[in-house]
Design a protein around this ligand. Structure first.
Ligand SMILES: Nc1ncnc2c1ncn2[C@@H]1O[C@H](COP(=O)(O)OP(=O)(O)OP(=O)(O)O)[C@@H](O)[C@H]1O
Ligand SMILES: [Mg+2]
Length: 292
C-alpha cells in the first residue's frame, strides 16, 4: 500500500504458507512476457497430427486439447508422452482426474507402458485430486516438481478439474503462472480441457486459456448415420501453417489414428453435422464465376 521513497508493485498477490518455506508470495502479475521462442519442432506422438501441424509442435509452446468427455484427450496426452520417449526425452504428467492405476491401465490399453517408463526415469506421473489444496499450493508444487525432474514435456490432464476448485481470477492467475513457468524453461506443455456439452460448445476454461496457448486442437464427436464418430482439427497454431480440415480419427489398442477429412459435411464444430449434396457444392464453387 505504501513504501516511502521508492516505486513498488501495486495490486493483489496470492500467497500461501508452506511447511518448510514459510510465507511464499506468488508474483503472478509481475511476470513479464520475455520468453525466447524457438523454431525447433517436436513430435506430437502422432505422425498424421504432426503433418496437420506443419511438422509438429514448437518446442517451447503451450498446446490446448479441447473436447467433450471421452473424445480422447487423455489419449492425446499419452501419445504426447510416448512421442517424447521415442526421442529420448523426459515427460512429467500431472493428472487431476484419474487415479494412477486408472491412468496406467488406460495407457496399457493403447499399447504404452507407463510403469516401464517410470522405472527407466523417462516419465513421472503425479496424481492428485484438485480438491486437496488451493491452486496456489498446486502451482508451487508443480513448479518444484518441474524444477527437480527437469522434463522436456509437461502434460496437465485436465485444466477443467482445476478450474472447479477455484475462482475465475484465481484460475486465470494459476494458468498464467504455470504457462509462463513452462515457457521460461523452454519446454512444451500440453493441457487438456473438457467441454461441458457432448456436441459442440466451449468452456470457460477455454476462454481463460485459449489466448495464452500457442496451439489449440479440437476433438469432436460427429454423429453420422446412427454412429458416434470422432473428428480432430487444428484450430490455431501460432507462427505456422497448418491443416484446416476436420479429419476423422479412430481409437484402438495402438492409440489414435487420424484418417481422411470429413467430406461434404458442415456444422461439425457447432455440433450439428449436416450433409451438403454434391450438386450444391458445385453450385457454391461456381457461385462467383459469373462475377469474374
Ligand atoms: N484400448 C482401447 N481400444 C479402443 N478404444 C479405446 C481403448 N481405450 C479407450 N478407448 C476409447 O477412448 C475413449 C476414452 O479416451 P480418453 O480417456 O482419452 O477420453 P477423455 O477425453 O480423456 O475423457 P474424459 O473427459 O472422461 O477424461 C473411450 O471412450 C473409448 O471409446
Ligand atoms: Mg481424460
Amino acid at each position: 500500500l505504501k513504501f516511502r521513497g521508492t516505486l513498488h508493485q501495486k495490486g493483489e498477490f496470492p500467497f500461501t504458507i508452506l511447511p518448510k518455506d514459510g510465507v511464499v508470495v506468488i508474483p503472478l502479475s509481475a511476470i513479464e512476457l520475455k520468453q525466447k521462442s524457438s523454431n525447433f519442432r517436436i513430435t506430437s506422438g502422432i505422425e498424421e497430427l504432426d503433418k496437420m501441424c506443419g511438422g509438429g509442435f514448437f518446442r517451447d509452446s503451450i498446446i490446448l486439447v479441447s473436447g467433450a468427455t471421452g473424445t480422447g484427450k487423455t489419449l492425446m496426452a499419452t501419445e504426447f508422452i510416448d512421442g517424447a520417449l521415442k526421442k529420448g526425452e523426459k515427460s512429467l504428467l500431472f493428472a487431476f482426474e484419474e487415479s494412477r492405476e486408472q491412468l496406467f491401465r488406460n495407457a496399457i490399453g493403447w499399447g504404452i507402458d507407463y510403469e516401464k517408463m517410470e522405472k527407466n526415469g523417462s516419465l513421472k506421473v503425479s496424481c492428485e485430486y484438485p480438491e486437496v489444496s488451493g491452486l496456489e499450493d498446486h502451482l508451487i508444487r508443480m513448479k518444484s516438481e518441474i524444477e527437480s525432474f527437469k522434463p522436456t514435456r509437461v502434460a496437465i490432464d485436465s485444466m477443467s478439474a482445476l478450474e472447479r476448485v477455484s475462482t475465475k481470477k484465481g484460475f486465470r492467475e494459476f494458468v498464467i503462472g504455470i504457462t509462463s513457468f513452462i515457457k521460461q524453461k523452454e519446454i512444451a506443455g500440453l493441457f487438456t480441457s473438457t467441454s461441458p456439452t457432448l456436441m459442440g460448445g466451449t468452456s470457460i476454461t477455454e476462454a481463460h486459456i485459449s489466448t495464452i496457448t500457442d496451439s489449440i486442437i479440437l476433438l469432436r464427436y460427429v454423429e453420422l448415420f446412427g454412429e458416434m464418430r470422432r473428428g480432430i482439427t487444428v484450430l490455431k497454431m501460432r507462427g505456422s501453417m497448418h491443416d484446416k480440415h476436420i479429419c476423422e480419427f479412430t481409437i484402438d489398442s495402438k492409440g489414435m489414428h487420424i484418417k481422411q477429412p470429413f467430406k461434404d459435411l458442415y456444422g461439425i464444430i457447432a455440433g450439428e453435422p449436416k450433409f451438403v449434396s454434391r450438386s450444391e457444392l458445385e453450385r457454391l464453387d461456381n457461385l462467383f464465376d459469373d462475377i469474374k
